[in-house]
Design a protein around this ligand. Sequence first.
Ligand code: HEM
Length: 290
Amino acid sequence: WYERQMMTATMSDCARSIMSEWKAKVDDGGGAAEIELGGQFEELTADVISHTAFGASYREGKRVFLAQRELLFLAFSTVYNVQIRAFRYLPTQKNLKIWRLDKEVRGMLTDIIKSRLATKDQKLRAEVVGECGNEVPTGDVLNKLKLVNMFLLETLRLYSPLSTIQRKAGSDLEVGGITVPKGTVLTIPIATIHRDKEVWGEDAHEFNPLRFENGVMRAAKHPNAFLSFSGGPRSCIGQNFAMIEAKVVIVMILQRFSFFLSPKYVHVPMDVITLRPKFGLPMVLKSLDM
Ligand code: HEM
């Protein structure tokens, strides 16, 4: 309970801080301002994960998180190029950057672990947050937000952050009448499954949160059709964390702002590790002054 309470408190603190910057911009703009929210949400998720995972060392944690994200992008940008083994060891500009980032991440993680082992004061902070934690949206309240939950699930269905995952057959097996030999790598096309009319019905391409009215398992013809967090023993362990964070942020935005999509927005979802809006997410925010 303490951990959950502490987690939501941290999430809402981070959200409050970033939203006070939005509020300042809205006030500067005389009641409305256009803000590119895609980048803001990336900043916010980096803040939340560094505060929750690294506690007092959040500054180093955030640097670790951002450096790792940069590393992933660099790694991905080479996947589709022709790879010549020796190139990996050449001091090209990209390799130098990868090596520097990798060294930096390892160094920072080792330092954080060392200082954690030296202090070990965790319980005190949990108690303080547990005692003074009634200002933030709690887990109990978040559980009651059925519509927000349905809205989030429908967003994840149509725009699943991971559009494919892979699994390697551990033994010879048969899938849908096809024999798959041991060692075969199978790609599970999440995005395609999520828009399949045979699975979700005729309105599979439409945004209809109500399809989740009776729970995830009953939303489609197959109980495990919703795969944004994968399924089975290797499914996402951050699933609850991610849903709580999204709910806290949505609640806090709705409490503070009204908003609409900027005319500048161009709808081009782009798949680079995760799905993201290629040209950002410019939105016009107005303050509700609550
Ligand atoms: C909306 C947000 C998220 C989505 C859609 C998502 C989705 C997924 C998916 C599809 C997998 C399976 C990957 C595969 O098998 O190749 C996965 C695994 C994983 N996720 Fe997430 N995730 C999210 C947020 C998070 C967060 C916030 C954390 C950590 C705090 C996290 C931690 C993990 C870990 C550690 C695994 C590996 C589990 C294993 O292999 O046993 N995820 N996630």
